[in-house]
Write a protein that binds this ligand. Sequence first.
Ligand code: HMG
Length: 384
Amino acid sequence: MVGIDKINFYTPNTYIELEELATHRGVDPAKFTIGIGQSKMSVPPISQDTVSMAANAAYPLLTKNDLNNIDLIVVGTETGVDESKSVASFIHNLLGIHPFAKSVDLKQACYGATAGLMMAVDFVKLHPDKKALVIGSDISRYGLNSSGEVTQGAGAVAMIISSSPSILEIEEVSVSMTKSIFDFWRPNYSKTAIVDGKFSNEAYVSFFSTLWQEYKNRTTRSFEDFSAFCFHLPYTKMGKKALMPLLDAESPSNKDLLLEHYQLSTTYSRDIGNIYTGSLYLSLMSLLESTTSSLKENQRIGFFSYGSGAVAEIFSGKLVPNFKESLLTKQHDTLLNDRISLSIDSYTDMFNDELAIDSEGNHLFKQDKTDNGVFFFKGVENHQ
Ligand code: HMG
């Protein structure tokens, strides 16, 4: 049995209230909180980038045994810091993982960390005495005043994959799908994503529906074989838009339970926003760490991973006995409750804060005083 042994997330210490943003933009706040389903949005200071967030998510998980036995580090990201050097190679150094590990990034929009998870599961199946570290880390940026603005966010999820998982066994069967489309993309010359919002929603819904049919054909499973379904959540209403029509069409007897669990899986995302690659796994933590969920060992959870462009996958996992004991629920409560609310002016300044590299390749700055990250980005020295 191979699966998720440990899991953690990190999000920067600063956020904005979306009701405040709505008022500032002259939009009815209910559009953001009900229509989109988002309450708060994490805003990263310049001192938190994809590398530092990834390290902040991973380091609390690692014991000495992990540092000596992780032979694969794989980071899913679409907002890396270098076109050539992997985020994973920075992480390998920052966390002090032994020298004979391999480190690589995988890219396919928000699907990247799922590709990493699948690669890690296969790797550990082949080498059951070894472990893998899988991270999804991203900063989601559409631009001030853009229609995607309310669906931004920042954060990272880290998971350790082993052959004696304490949380979730990843099951064998999964079904993936690829179709080259332009629903959301970011050309190399652009700092913000370009999106065809309505088309991206339609693509997400249609990928889920097509994959679910294929999954049912290949597995003979139905919704009744699942206790919960976790979704990639660009905003919390999105997964429900995909799930609801199928639950209605198939009238499963556990429809209410699946909807109740869907709701519990959205709590963290509602207060953080879209963290791209880590989002699906943030949904998993939100569900498992909820005090009201009745989930038990051996119950099956379905997953829908979607990355624009587009690649998607449906897979499943089974809860391991005593999984609750391995969750970092208290730490996550503290992380979210201790955050600082920004004014819209400070958010705007932070959004516009950019590296200004001089002719020698330098730009160093001080860690923002509100930044709580153990790891943080100090700037660039000699183009490094
Ligand atoms: P929009 O045009 O601002 O919003 O775009 P809208 O007019 O479509 O309204 C949104 C919802 O609010 C609608 O509900 C309205 O009815 C409702 P729906 O019909 O969808 O159920 N509404 C209200 N509700 C209550 N009170 C009101 C009110 N007014 C309106 N007063 C959109 C919204 C999400 C398209 C935009 O924010 C956007 O483009 N976001 C970015 C793209 C995105 O998140 N796409 C999701 C699928 S693609 C994906 O998941 C991949 C991704 O994560 C990237 C990756 O893979 O790397 C994005």
